[in-house]
Design a binder for this molecule. Sequence first.
Ligand code: FE
Length: 337
Amino acid sequence: MKSFRTIAFLAGAFASLVCSAPAFADELVVYSARNEHLIQPIFDAYTKQTGVEIKYITDKEGPLLQRLLAEGKNTPADLLITVDAGNLWHAASEGLLQPVDSQILKENIPANLRDEQDRWFGLSLRARTIVYSTERVKPEQLSTYAALGDEAWKGRLLLRTSKKVYNQSLVAMMIAEYGEEQTEQIVRSWVANLAAAPFSNDTQAMEAIVAGQGDVAIVNTYYFGRLLRKQPDLKLALFWPNQEQAGSGVHVNVSGAGVTRYAKHPEAAVKFLEWLSSEQAQNLFADANLEYPVNPKVAPNAEVAAWGTFVPSPFNLTQAGKLQEQAMRLMDRAGYR
Ligand code: FE
């Protein structure tokens, strides 16, 4: 959703292009696929601390990438912020981001949560995990993502649509872990166990469990957190799968950012990224959406910590992008709509 602020800013950006105003290092321009309410407080904190003004537009992922492509060298954008490693990888593979060589970013962000070629960096972490009915399921009955395809879950599993990048990344990471053949068997077994056609979002899947339409689903942790805030007596709980196998773990993904290829303030952009990854800013960034900090030195807030601790999958999230097409074809073959 574009705000008046956005329109005003666009007019300003256009004017500055026409006048070819000099680029001031004390300002940054951000294109964000994250909502205004999630990013504005962080930008404000940075401006207050450093004096660097941050202008931004928010839009959906697709239009923002189209816009960066169309603007090319003339883009006013210094940074792209978006969710999901699949989307970040896509922006990088379109040549829209530049590599950043920063020791601070390498120290603050685990290697599997940033691009192998340093073009994007995870800044907050979300897990895509199992949620279950506390009325009809005991956690001992759950174990792995794959086991949701067991006979015991026939007619009890609920999923979000395969069109959503979150599930494309989940399946891509499963291909990285198990190979294509085994992943296809797992996805087929999920489809055979579905209690209802896939939903358009995670919250609907959870509400369907509450309504008794199914008993288990796979969702991003922050959607669970949001629903729990609205309904403190929610009869749902999170389960952390794949904890027993060495080298496996809960599927995690990130929201993150990269410096645009034609950034007018690349040094200021890197400084801002470094600040976002710092102990000081990580909670601010993660808490805005009930996510986990990526910086291992920073603990999640109490609300998020209450969901328990888990071992995350150690696989590099670059795979979510590289294997995305393969994952989409696999889900199509398996009848996951
Ligand atoms: Fe989301």
